[in-house]
Design a protein around this ligand. Sequence first.
Ligand code: CUK
Ligand code: CUA
Length: 657
Amino acid sequence: MRWSRLASLVVVMLALVLAGALAGQAQRSTTLPQDVQSLIEAKGLTPDQVRAAIQTYVPPGKYDEYLMFSSGGQGGQVLVFGVPSMRLLRVIGVFAPEPWQGYGVGSEETETILNWRTKDPRLAWGDTHHPALSETNGEYDGKWLFINDKAGSRIAVIDLRDFATKQIVQNPNAVSNHGAVVSPNTEYVLEVTQYAGPFPFRYVPLTQENYNRHFRGLATFWKFDRGKGRIDVSKSFQIELPPYWQDLADFGKLESYGWAFWNSFNSERAIGGTLEKKPPVEVGASARDMDYLHIVNWKRAEELVAQGKYTVINGMKVIRLKDAVEAGILYLAPEPKSPHGLDVAPRGDYIVVGGKLDPNATVYSFRKIQEAIRSKAFSGRDDYGIPILKFDAVVAAQVKLGLGPLHTMFDDKGNAYTSLFLDSAVAKWTLGPPYNPPERAWKLVQKLPVQYNIGHLTAVEGDTTKPGGKYLVALNKWSVDQYRNVGPLLPQNFQLVDISGEEMKLLSNTPVGIGEPHLAQIVRMDRVKSWEVYPAGTNPLTMRPDPNAVKAGQQRIVREGRTVRVYMTAMRSHYVPDRVRVKRGDTVIFHITNIERTKDAIHGFAIDRHNVNLSLEPGKTETVVLRAERPGVYPFYCTEFCSALHLEMMGYLEIEP
Ligand code: CUK
Ligand code: CUA
């Protein structure tokens, strides 16, 4: 008895001790040390981490210094981040419907943009790779953003007054593209094909002979009309290229203004055939040690077009390959094994190429290229008759960086930064004269490990004539062990790096769970001046007054035969009219204007059981065309929580049998 009583006493005491310990633990997890030093110790932070945290912290009410526009990859959009906080500020719907913005779900304006010239019934996605900010004198001017869709061979124009897509053009002569890049004064947006296709596009049986004869690459110079803010297809032109797989391009600037450059891979012209026991494309396309840098005089191409020396194919002016060679518009230069990135240095004097399967950054000198062209320093011609400049005659340096160099950006201190895909690192290295004296030229300075598989990197205004230095973002594919497991599909990993000092320092990690971003560009916040509200009655497609916009008191319903037009207004917290009755088979056209002028008065317009949702920011007018097919009484309602009586902001659409 005594023993058992003692035992139970021990049990009770143990339980008390345990409960006390648990309570202590609970206390530890909810109460943080109040002074900074103890907090740092409790979290086990290193001085570098503390510095990074302070450097990237943007307190409530304060703004970021820079905006980063990133491609959203297979998600088909553009992502907008603040830098250095790396907070996601906006997603811009571009090639895929984006319901929050009312993009491609019912509004005539946005559905017109999404389907522009698209022969496919409906391309509901896109693969965005390369955002390109508009430039003036080789600097970002904060007015427009362009981005490509690799899968749909399309280019989109985004207006930065409202951060919304305004135009999508589809290439009628190409099936695939890689990149949008902008000339120093936004004269052109250049789209170069990725995978060659039959030219002009049609069916041709895929044999090696047909491939060599009928397949082509294509460079499209889309003329941008700044006044209209749109690509002018009638003033655009194309240059026919050999069926190599042209890759990312860059425009020359300052001393190389008027020229453009892009690399290529698969100059072997491999076409696969794995089931027939032929080598896969990856093997065939990596057989040779060299591929071809393309060197193009676009100013002269422009003159040729002005002289009428082009062929019109599917509505596009095309300079044929033979004519381009004859006119001295197109040259090749060897470049090491399966290159990928190509970037022109800030002064336009050097062209840096990363060789995926070569450990070097190969640097070409624009001056040497010009001399080689003048003195005809050719090592021969390719199968299509294009002169090949002698490698040694045009190369300024090869800088050994590590495994898998891809893309390069620049700072304001004469350094270049190259992503190393296989090494999972960023290499910092010095440019040659005039950026650095000869003794400091072409030297690897530092390699910073990143997590993992870095594709592009981007530095503050790092591809302009005046790079900003300060920050760099490594755009890594996959994050592996960097975040809590959220299933087998890994988030991408953006890493912010301080490049203001001698040594690169990692500042922060940002997971991106939306798509695989490729390139991003970082612009100074003060260069982008967007609208806070739309001018009253603005049509977002034309960015002009909408003829169907109404003011308070002008709302009405007009029937013309089987068409019913509803001139509606939205304001807190009601629609006028809020009851619309139509008959089955009618066409109902809603013209809806948000007549508010304060910037926190955004409304939506959704119709239950219909594919309709608009985002109506103050001043915007949009149109919905609806075929009344299924009799019923459907609520329509506001999808933005706009006011205390937001839930009451609704109406009924009656469709009579
Ligand atoms: S590409 Cu993706 S990492 Cu399309 Cu610019 Cu190089
Ligand atoms: Cu308007 Cu909610």
